[in-house]
Design a protein around this ligand. Structure first.
Ligand code: WT7
Length: 630
């Protein structure tokens, strides 16, 4: 029951919402899972299909390399598709899709399974085997989902590269994953323009050596270069007899890899976060069910991109595991008018909307008249993810979109966690700006520099103290980095990289990253990647990037560059550098400002002190300059 004695501004669940939820007494479930962690996850896992039962729920004998559901045999795709096609859900819509230009496509569970099987057979015929890596690089189109599922069905490891990234980002990921196959769209629509994905891929492929086959999905129909012997059209392959409708499913060990997904870390190259079939399946299934209170009649929309973890867990796997009907939209939220999203909610009768604070703030700017033109009464639950949501945006979302009826699920998690970690459910009393408390079975804390629990409302390092089934298993091909990055600062605790505080009611308030990661419009970018894109330009000797507060994007990218001797510091060069970063990494990484400097503050060991740059830019006194060399 909601606790009316909580401090601060609270929102108590309505009877209407409470009547609907899977679990009314959330505290009781949290208590049970605390007493019996393995029992809780075992019950959740039993709701899914296993070819063979597991021996042990959790094996923690080789910390921090945890194993879940050891020796259990399953395949996440069996649970996403085959399980449902054996029931009345066979004819239920699995996916409804709208293109930016307004086209509509839909797939029943039966049809999605068929297309997945056909494409899986194509991949097999090209020699793709269990354990091989396949990179996918597309916009938000159904073939991305089909491609991911087809890989997983035959035990190949998918690596999705966000369609907003460009040449160098794609090259790096192809190379690091040693992908055999690249699946790419000819292009993607974005605000009425075409992003030439295949042309970008061609450039990246000149630098990447392992790719043998490139499968091209026709989306825009624009002319593309097809290299003979390497490039093939998806639709032509799917028309061949090899694309048969029956496809033997690979029986996977619970701990077999499902996918890798690259994310930015503190230093150097992006890290390949590895997730597995068993634990990831149980974690995403269970969290989505409880948090968004999924029922069979729902139409659910996660507006993220499948190219990020939010899309992997809560557009592709979680919704399909729950047998729900998902909606996917290809384009920009405000195209051609700022009512596009609200129009589609009305048109498709969406019940659950899950998006990011940056999108809400962006839409807020256009005023209430746009959403008010539409009947949004189908909405029951709203969600937020990616960065802290400021209470002003929370309240607008709650009042204007949810009409004061829809609870907001502010879910804190990461690429590495695979599933929601700090989250309410609709049965929990909410405080705007807080994700409330950890999910059942998850123990977290806020620690000070010495590793002692921080006091009430005191800012500190956010850590996770118990293993959870959807946790990353390692950094692909770099287990040492996994240990060093996540498990070395505080013994026995997983370091999130975020700072947070816990209030008097035990509610968590995430403040932001404490490492060299910048959240721009909810996207995670490493300062190191932006800097290396800048120095890859012939005029630049050194560069530093920092994030500074921005009203819509959360953070804006500010950079400082030292030019090489003899280079003229001009406006023209600044524009050239911004375009260069957009070309190498992607438009999301384009610096908002570039400032010429003669030196950068550094430690004695030569590391750039970004916090000094940040403090100066904000007009603050930088704390603790003892190691500054400059
Ligand atoms: C980082 C992880 C996991 C989905 C998308 C992001 C920030 C995420 C919240 C939230 C405050 C949040 C954290 C985290 N973050 N959700 N609800 N409130 N901050 O995944 O790209 O791996 O980024 O996003 O800083 O560490 P990601």
């Amino acid at each position: 029951m909601p606790d009316k004695s909580l401090s601060g501004e609270v929102f108590i669940p309505s009877d209407e919402v409470l009547r609907h939820v899977h679990v009314r007494d959330w505290d009781k479930l949290i208590g049970e899972a605390e007493k019996d962690l393995e029992g809780f996850w075992s019950r959740e896992a039993h709701e899914l299909h296993w070819f063979e039962h597991w021996d042990k729920v959790l094996d923690d004998s080789h910390k921090p390399f945890f194993k879940w559901f050891t020796n259990g045999k399953t395949n996440i795709v069996y649970n996403c598709l085959d399980r449902h096609t054996q029931t009345a859900r066979r004819n239920k819509l699995a996916l409804m899709w709208e293109g930016e230009k307004g086209e509509f496509r839909s797939f029943s569970y039966f049809a999605l399974k068929r297309e997945t099987c056909r494409f899986a057979n194509v991949l097999r015929s090209l020699g793709v085997q269990k354990g091989d890596r396949v990179t996918l690089y597309m916009g938000r189109i159904p073939e991305l989902m089909i491609g991911m599922l087809a890989c997983a069905r035959i035990g190949a490891i998918h690596s999705v590269v966000y369609g907003g990234f460009t040449v160098e980002a794609l090259h790096e990921r192809l190379e690091d994953s040693q992908s055999k196959v690249l699946i790419v769209a000819d292009g993607a629509y974005q605000r009425g323009k075409i992003v030439p994905l295949k042309a970008i891929a061609d450039e990246a492929l000149q630098r990447a050596a392992t790719v043998e086959s490139v499968l091209v999905v026709k989306r825009t129909g624009e002319a593309v270069n097809m290299e003979s012997g390497r490039d093939m059209w998806y639709h032509e392959l799917m028309a061949l007899p090899i694309a048969g409708m029956q496809c033997h499913i690979e029986v996977m060990d619970a701990e077999d890899p499902l996918f890798i997904l690259y994310t930015s870390g503190t230093t150097g190259k992006p890290k390949a976060i590895l997730h597995t079939h068993g634990g990831y399946m149980v974690g995403t299934y269970s969290t989505l069910k409880y948090v968004f209170d999924i029922h069979d009649e729902d139409r659910y929309w996660c507006a993220a991109d499948p190219g990020w973890i939010t899309g992997h867990s809560y557009i592709v796997y979680g919704p399909l595991l729950n047998g729900t009907t998902s909606f996917m939209y290809e384009g920009a939220p405000t195209y051609p008018y700022p009512n596009r999203w609200w129009q589609m909610i009305e048109k498709y009768g969406i019940n659950v909307l899950y998006t990011a604070p940056t999108a809400i703030r962006g839409l807020m700017r256009f005023g209430e008249a746009w959403p008010n033109r539409h009947d949004l009464s189908s909405l029951r639950i709203l969600g937020s993810v990616g960065e802290p949501i400021n209470p002003e945006a929370w309240k607008w979302y709650h009042r204007v979109i949810g009409k004061g009826r829809c609870p907001i699920m502010d879910t804190w998690w990461q690429t590495e966690t695979g599933m929601f970690m700090i989250t309410p459910t609709p049965a929990v009393t909410l405080k705007p700006g807080s994700g409330t408390r950890p999910f059942p079975g998850v123990k977290m804390d806020v620690l000070d520099e010495e590793g002692k629990p921080a006091g009430v409302n005191e800012e500190g390092f956010l850590v996770i103290k118990t293993p959870w089934p959807a946790m990353m298993r390692t950094i692909y091909r770099d287990p040492e980095r996994y240990k060093a990055q996540y498990w070395s600062k505080f013994p026995g605790a997983y370091l999130t990289g975020d700072s947070a505080r816990k209030d008097e009611d035990g509610y968590y308030w995430v403040i932001g990253r404490v490492d060299d990661v910048i959240k721009v419009s909810g996207y995670r970018l490493g300062t190191a990647e932006i800097e290396s894109a800048l120095v890859s330009h012939h005029a630049i000797a050194e560069a530093a990037a920092i994030g500074l507060p921005h009203d819509v994007k959360g953070n804006a990218i500010h950079t400082f560059v030292i030019v090489k001797a003899g280079v003229e510091k001009s406006e023209k060069l600044i524009e050239e550098l911004r375009a260069h970063v957009a070309h190498e990494m992607g438009p999301i990484a384009k610096p908002d400002s570039i400032q010429f400097v003669d030196s950068l503050p550094k430690t004695r060991s030569g590391k750039i002190m970004r916090r000094v740059l940040k403090a100066r830019a904000l007009g603050q006194e930088p704390k603790d300059l003892t190691t500054l060399e400059e």
